[in-house]
Write a protein that binds this ligand. Structure first.
Ligand code: SAM
Ligand code: SF4
Ligand code: SF4
Length: 345
């Protein structure tokens, strides 16, 4: 049976900055049915782009084994992401494997929501605890432009409702605001979330990867977002629910819910970052902006035993010193950076 959030958290290994390893984000595919310009611009991820062949992806069996070892090292929270994770066949089977791993108390999914209406109940039954749906606009034309997709907005809205109906509540909604593109719709998203009992989280547009043409002038800062929301619905800060939480939480004073601000550009949170990332081919990255990953698949397919795998991952985390967002600037401008769709957002 699946564990439930809130179970006791055991000891964890620590990196060179004394940050424990608590969260594992697993990218289950590099494919996606959207082409959000900030993530997978169509000019780069068009018909000529070579996505990974299936044989390259970690199997669910391999992932299950890795999750067991990561749990032994202190991970209690796993998030499945991508690419679009619901494009991977039978994702509920993976959810079930992860949720039944001793020590894993929280299993979450980040999705663009387009296939969620079909899968929400099965995922919940398999042991999924939480879901985050990316939603950049409630205006169908703006939604289509931001996602560069023909999937209608209504599919995503159905997915959000299905997730809430299946008990995956409160559903979180991730919104990336881009200056001049979807910023005008912020307050519509606020009302939608308040009415539906969802938690809206506004993410600052980040300089991940090298293909999105990011520039600081396109970032709508969390300070600005807070000002705009609080002018209509006064709010007060809420203490973090747990150490390492990336969103700063705010509660509406009228009692109708809360929202979050993820400010990796304007207010980096590297000092409390407890996240490791696993790509679909099994490379372990210790930072969203790390220049390279470590090939765990080669170890798995080379026949390594659990004790040696445990030691290898412990050594990688023990050597971790990443804090890209705190250093962001001239010194980091020319670093090679992996794409978010590959690494797993
Ligand atoms: N396809 C799924 C989705 O969109 O929810 C999961 C993968 S996506 C890479 C995960 C999250 O990363 C999404 O919420 C997306 O908005 C966010 N994201 C992607 N590129 C980003 C960027 N350049 N800056 C900030 N957030 C970004
Ligand atoms: Fe796909 Fe998610 Fe990236 Fe958009 S943000 S292109 S939905 S992986
Ligand atoms: Fe963590 Fe790296 Fe992001 Fe800093 S830049 S919060 S270390 S993933």
């Amino acid at each position: 049976m699946a564990n439930t959030p809130g179970d006791a958290v055991g000891p964890a290994i620590r990196d060179r900055r004394a940050r424990p390893l608590r969260d594992l984000r697993i990218s289950v595919t590099d494919r996606c049915n959207f082409r959000c310009g900030y993530c997978m611009p169509r000019e780069v991820f068009g018909p000529g782009h070579a996505f990974l062949p299936r044989s390259e992806l970690l199997s669910y069996e391999e992932l299950g084994r890795l999750v067991r070892v990561f749990a032994d090292l202190g991970v209690s929270k796993v998030r499945l992401t991508g690419g679009e994770p619901l494009l991977r066949r039978d994702l509920d089977a993976l959810v079930s494997l992860v949720a039944s791993t001793p020590g894993i108390t929280d299993v979450a999914l980040t999705t663009n929501g387009s296939l969620l209406a079909v899968h929400a109940q099965r995922l919940r039954d398999a042991g999924l605890h939480r879901v985050t749906v990316s939603l950049d606009s409630l205006d169908p034309a703006v939604f289509a432009a931001m996602g560069d997709t023909k999937v209608p907005l209504s599919k995503v809205l159905d997915g959000i409702a299905a997730a809430a109906g299946a008990g995956l509540a409160p559903v979180k909604l991730n919104t990336v605001l881009r200056r001049g593109m979807n910023e005008a719709g912020l307050l519509d998203l606020v009302e939608f979330a308040r009415d539906g009992g969802y938690v809206l989280r506004c993410i600052e547009y980040m300089d991940v990867g090298t293909t999105n043409g990011w520039g600081p002038s396109e970032v709508v800062s969390s300070a600005e977002v807070l000002g705009r929301i609080a002018a209509v619905h006064p709010a007060e800060p809420v203490a973090p629910g747990r150490p390492g939480e990336v969103a700063r939480r705010w509660r509406y004073l009228d009692g109708r819910g809360e929202f979050g601000l993820i400010s990796s550009v304007s207010m980096p949170f590297c000092s409390t970052c407890t996240r490791a990332r696993l790509t679909a081919v099994g490379e372990l990255y210790t930072c969203l902006f790390a220049t390279h990953g470590r090939d765990l698949r080669a170890l798995l397919r080379g026949g390594i035993d659990d004790a040696a795998l445990h030691a290898a991952i412990a050594a990688i985390w023990g050597a971790r010193d990443d804090r890209y967002s705190e250093l962001r600037g001239a010194g980091t401008a020319d670093l090679p950076k992996p794409e978010m769709s590959y690494l797993g957002g």
